[in-house]
Design a binder for this molecule. Structure first.
Ligand code: 6PG
Length: 240
């Protein structure tokens, strides 16, 4: 497991670098296992990356896209991470529909939909729920409070260590999220983080000691490699 921190000039440079790493991980996965599984980040930072990926010539039929988390809204809702990815990338390329695995949000019950997604994942990875699936790549962002995916400070989702998918809660709004053990099973994790507003959180995520329940991104210590791609302000904070 390697932990790499790279300081890049701005969001576009971070997106470009992430696209390079995405391609590297993709080619290794396809060479080794014939397919590439990636859990996508939501929010706004990765939008630039997804726009870049639509311009790359990728073996789309060998890529399987999953989501690391989702707001509990319909897929056509402005807040939907699925909608964001489709608008930034998938609506502009021809990827087999069966390769796109969004988190379901239609049951009217986040817990039920979390179980549905876990069942979908277990069917795809052909693994019992007692083990955890290894995504080839997990893309993550970090909020100003140190959350990642929908693992928010001091929420029950942080304690879930025997499920693949659980429910998150942000300001009372339900979410679905992959759990910490699943994220940590990844062969490679890439955090894309920019903005001075995240300085306080990233300082505590990288500090030798801090409460991970207060800064949940600290929980992400994957068995594989982890890349933190940050802007100069944040790089200065973590003294890179
Ligand atoms: C979401 C994301 C969330 C995001 C962070 C950072 O659904 O919003 O999964 O974890 O990565 O909140 O968001 P930005 O990249 O937009 O700052």
């Amino acid at each position: 497991m390697a932990k790499v921190v790279e300081v890049l000039p701005d969001l576009n440079a971070i997106a470009q670098r992430t696209a390079e790493l995405f391609s590297d991980q993709l080619h290794t996965a396809i060479q080794d296992r014939g397919k590439f599984t990636v859990a996508l980040a939501g929010g706004s930072t990765p939008k630039v990356l997804y726009q870049l990926l639509r311009q790359r010539s990728l073996p789309l039929s060998q890529i399987h896209l999953f989501w690391g988390d989702e707001r509990y809204v319909p897929a056509d809702h402005p807040d939907s991470n699925e909608r964001m990815v489709r608008e930034a990338w998938l609506n502009h390329v021809v990827m087999p529909a069966e390769n796109i695995h969004p988190m379901p949000t239609g049951a009217g019950d986040p817990t039920q939909d979390a179980q549905h997604y876990a069942q979908q994942l277990q069917g795809f990875f052909q693994q019992p729920s007692s083990q955890f699936p290894a995504f080839d790549l997990v893309l993550l962002g970090m909020g100003e409070d140190g959350h990642t995916a929908s693992l928010f400070p001091h929420t029950p989702a942080l304690e879930v260590c025997d499920q693949w998918v659980t429910t998150g809660l942000k300001d009372g709004q339900p979410r679905l999220t992959l759990t910490i053990p699943v994220l940590n099973q990844a062969r490679c994790v890439i955090f894309m983080v920019t903005g001075a507003g995240k300085a306080h959180a990233i300082q505590h995520v990288f500090a030798p000691e801090a409460d991970a329940r207060q800064y949940p991104s600290r929980f992400i210590q994957p068995t594989g490699d982890i890349y933190w791609l940050v802007d100069p302000t944040l790089g200065e904070i973590i003294r890179v």
